[in-house]
Design a protein around this ligand. Sequence first.
Ligand SMILES: Cc1cc2nc3c(=O)[nH]c(=O)nc-3n(C[C@H](O)[C@H](O)[C@H](O)COP(=O)(O)OP(=O)(O)OC[C@H]3O[C@@H](n4cnc5c(N)ncnc54)[C@H](O)[C@@H]3O)c2cc1C
Ligand SMILES: NC(=O)c1ccc[n+]([C@@H]2O[C@H](COP(=O)([O-])OP(=O)(O)OC[C@H]3O[C@@H](n4cnc5c(N)ncnc54)[C@H](OP(=O)(O)O)[C@@H]3O)[C@@H](O)[C@H]2O)c1
Length: 447
Amino acid sequence: MLRVAVVGSGPSGVYTAQSLVQQDPEVLVDVLDRLPCPYGLVRYGVAPDHEKIKSLQHSLRTVFEHERVRFLGGVRVGADGVPVARLRELYHAVVYCMGAASDRRLGVPGEDLPGSWSATDFVSWYSAHPDATTGGFVRDVRAAVVVGVGNVAVDVTRMLARGAAELSPTDMPQTALSALSASGVTEIHMVGRRGPSQARFTTKELRELGGLPDTEVVVDEAELASDPAYGDPSGLPAAQRRNVEVLRGWAATPARGARRRIRLRFFLRPVGLLAAEGRVGAVRLERTAPDGRGGVTGTGRYEDVEAQLVLRSVGYRGVPVEGLPFDAERGTVPHLAGRVVRAGEVAPGEYVAGWIKRGPTGVIGTNRPCAKETATALLEDAAALARRRLPGDPLDSLRAMGAEPVGWTGWLAIERAEAALGVSLGRDVVKLPDWAALRAAAGSADL
Ligand SMILES: Cc1cc2nc3c(=O)[nH]c(=O)nc-3n(C[C@H](O)[C@H](O)[C@H](O)COP(=O)(O)OP(=O)(O)OC[C@H]3O[C@@H](n4cnc5c(N)ncnc54)[C@H](O)[C@@H]3O)c2cc1C
Ligand SMILES: NC(=O)c1ccc[n+]([C@@H]2O[C@H](COP(=O)([O-])OP(=O)(O)OC[C@H]3O[C@@H](n4cnc5c(N)ncnc54)[C@H](OP(=O)(O)O)[C@@H]3O)[C@@H](O)[C@H]2O)c1
């Protein structure tokens, strides 16, 4: 048998495991994750009010129920965990699927003022990630600026605009539900540095903003019209053309005077965050203009937008893992068709898939062909890799090193605890928010 470790149980890890066991009956896969819970960003990124996408977890779980796939949660790889070199000794092959857990920086003055957060922080908080900060995101906030016009920006904007009635049926942790339900945020500015035809959000997600209760979307026609493609969007790809059409419709809709406003702004780039009373009070934006090559140039005209909360949603970023090569520019592990490249040479038995391979873009489904490419490369190398004799079941070695893996039964115990917590709060399933609660729920369930 060929023993493979997949590091990371997000979509790319699960699809890699699935592809391996489907393609080859002689493969055994251990899926390791530093968290005791599987599914990566499907559990800790996909917005809680997107129940249909969240329910993808049901199809991912069938992979863990496969007899040749084993979930080993609570096992970190790299610094403070199982060293990469040791993992290589325990398995014939290792596939790194660690995602991109950090965020890109804006690089402007005031970025670290209290009240300025990365969207990553905010998402982790309302998703109950056990490493999340304890919050205070919306305390005393009337106006928020969300920087960036991708789908994550749309997610966090929507979560700021949702009320208690829409949030309480979700699995959001109780503290985030209480804070967001009590929030006094009435103005949310979502700001793009380029034009509406260059926004990265998808039309379905954009449209959803127009259907939120007690909320209206405000768009300035003159600002949209600075985009050369606005007047005649017929030459745009279909997705961008649809975005422009939705925005055009909103620009033509008179304000209703709803309780909350989402203002979609374009051709504005943040140049600094301004302090007021020891925290962020405004964002200074420079008006930009198209440069004719798809980019923008500054115009030297500035606008200050009041905000007590700034969410920087300008993309995620891969984190280097000790012992693995890392392309600091792209935030990815260098590879050739999924085979890890060390110092210009393919490293035998080491592979990569998902966001840490491609960078932090693409929906859940994008990871399936990506994982398949990697799994196929690994299986092409299988005969050579399987010649090496392993020390035995890697689980024994991991335990001997002090790891205490949470297996599938431990995870199922966490699921039961989350269902019970929901019942006790008069809600549906409610996520456990911290390490202690997760560990206690997983208990000493057998692997
Ligand atoms: C906020 C947000 C919302 C999104 N919403 C949607 C959506 O609605 N629909 C959609 O189709 N796509 C959505 N996406 C995109 C989708 O989530 C990604 O395409 C996908 O999750 C990437 O998969 P991955 O396996 O590469 O990474 P991840 O899902 O991030 O999984 C990585 C896993 O590796 C583990 N890990 C990391 N480091 C280590 C380590 N050192 N040792 C052990 N384990 C480790 C992590 O704990 C994690 O479980 C969203 C993305 C974000 C950021
Ligand atoms: N419902 C869903 O399907 C869903 C939900 C969430 C996420 N996702 C997916 O997850 C992936 C990641 O999403 P994302 O929103 O994090 O990334 P993204 O789609 O790459 O969007 C990043 C945004 O940040 C802007 N930006 C980057 N640097 C900036 C800077 N210095 N100043 C101002 N703006 C800056 C970008 O503008 P420029 O274009 O000008 O660089 C872009 O608007 C995407 O593929 C997304 O589709 C999907």
